[in-house]
Design a protein around this ligand. Structure first.
Ligand code: GLC
Ligand code: MG
Length: 433
């Protein structure tokens, strides 16, 4: 991971289903709260790691369904696949480690003798039938009341066959068989070791989970941990038996991503108030220039303005104009160049046009570079959901902090947007900025 030149301030390692992602929150508000917090205060010097039981295929499906950020590292298939960056480059070294004492054929042969085990297959879409069977993961469904006995008997059988495996029960239904050295915890230990050799061990690591396959995460030395309020019985039970007296692990009172934010605050890992929880951003005076935070706030303003969650006032528009150079321009993703005046007019017309609709805006992967004294280049992806449509653009922005104090923010010099491949708006006039 060379995005950061020194140790990450915080590394968050989070499970996805029912931890980062709340499947009972159709508006995804807790996830969006986390996103805004992360991009405003953490992205520039911290690392985001997703650690999921899902295969790469189902992970990508989830990304299409939910407003998720892009992590720095993605650990999939219960700690058996590690990839880096946006292009998800696999860690070949990890594959080597997992090949030890692993023979997938013996596992399938022995498991076929258990009628209680039902192979995980997707019935809805045949092209996805066996996506959850992976090179170092064989997965079944098994009823809750049978799980313990089956696990014991199967483990004995596999030991007799000379295999050293790990059997994990999650969500009261899923049974995964992995090499002994695999699993979410071991994958994290491997990453820690790697960072340590590079002299870049994160200053703090926070692990977050809700179910059985997350338990191992809480055993890694030095980490802080949060079990979200909605954690499964099997994880709470594991915790009561194994980690009850560890003050570094908490059971949050909030669900999913809100529980993660709660833990950030509890362990004092850094700012824990999401920009989404602050109505008037002028309240929060800061001492440093943080251009990423201005970007997050601006697009939050856009969402609230179009949803009419704030009063209409010409003052906002005048304020925006005052924070731009007269020669500033915005290149709309359709290719049309607009002046600041055109932009303000477009904003004026769009007040309340998304009122009562499921309209949300979020930014992802905000990167910031001070390219000269008082001049900043930002690059990020900006996404919108409106009803069923999701659209996104890649944006570059030039900001200047010349002659301003941090509390005044930045002057916008230039913004250029381009549709993300395949995710352009159907109606270009619907995209304000
Ligand atoms: C995810 C995977 C599944 C696995 C489960 C528990 O749901 O898709 O294969 O069994 O996580 O680890
Ligand atoms: Mg989960």
């Amino acid at each position: 991971m060379d995005r950061l030149s020194s140790s990450a301030r915080v590394m968050i390692v989070s499970d996805l289903d029912h931890t980062m992602v709340d499947h009972h929150d159709s508006e995804n508000l807790s996830l969006l709260r986390f996103n805004a917090l992360w991009e405003a205060y953490y992205r520039h010097d911290s690392l985001l790691v997703f650690s999921t039981g899902r295969s790469p295929t189902l992970y990508k499906e989830l990304r299409k369904e939910k407003p998720m950020l892009t992590p720095d590292i993605t650990i999939m298939s219960v700690g058996t696949e590690i990839t880096y960056g946006t292009s998800m480059v696999p860690d070949e070294g990890w594959v080597e480690v997992l090949n030890q004492k692993w023979d997938r054929n013996i596992v399938t042969e022995e498991t076929s003798k258990f009628s209680e085990l039902k192979l995980q297959v997707q019935v809805v879409d045949p092209s996805l039938a066996e996506t959850e069977q992976r090179p170092h993961k064989v997965s079944f469904y098994v009823q809750k009341d049978k799980a313990q006995d089956v696990m014991k008997a199967l483990s004995d059988k596999l030991v007799k066959r000379g295999l050293d495996v790990k059997i994990i029960y999650s969500g009261g239904m899923d049974l995964d068989i992995l090499p002994q050295g695999a699993g979410k915890g071991q994958a994290l230990a491997y990453l820690h070791k790697k960072f340590k050799t590079e002299g870049k061990l994160p200053q703090n690591t926070l692990v977050c989970g809700d179910s059985g396959n997350d338990a191992e995460l809480f055993t890694i030395p030095e980490v802080h941990g949060v079990m979200v309020s909605n954690a499964q019985e099997e994880l709470l039970h594991w915790h009561a038996e194994n980690a009850k007296n560890n003050p570094k692990v908490i059971h949050a009172t909030e669900r999913c991503a809100s529980g993660i934010i709660q833990a950030i605050g509890h362990f004092n890992l850094g700012p824990s108030i999401s920009p989404r929880d602050v109505m008037d951003s002028s309240d929060s005076v800061s001492e440093n220039f943080e251009p990423g935070r201005d970007i997050v706030r601006f697009f939050l303003f856009l969402e609230r303005w179009r949803r009419a969650e704030m009063e209409y006032s010409e003052l906002y528009l005048a304020g925006l104009k005052a924070l731009s150079f007269p020669s500033s321009a915005f290149v709309h993703p359709s290719g049309i160049e607009q002046s600041i005046l055109d932009c303000t007019n477009a904003l004026r017309r769009s007040y309340g046009d998304e009122q009562g609709k499921q309209y949300r805006v979020w930014v992802d992967q905000v990167t910031t570079t001070e390219i000269g004294s008082n001049i900043w280049l930002l690059k990020f992806n900006k996404w919108e959901i409106s009803g069923d449509e999701r659209r996104g653009c890649i944006a570059t922005v030039l900001l200047s902090s010349k002659d301003l104090s941090p509390s005044e923010g930045f002057t916008w010099v230039h913004m250029h947007q381009t549709w993300v491949d395949g995710a352009g708006a159907k109606d270009h006039t619907d995209w304000v900025c």
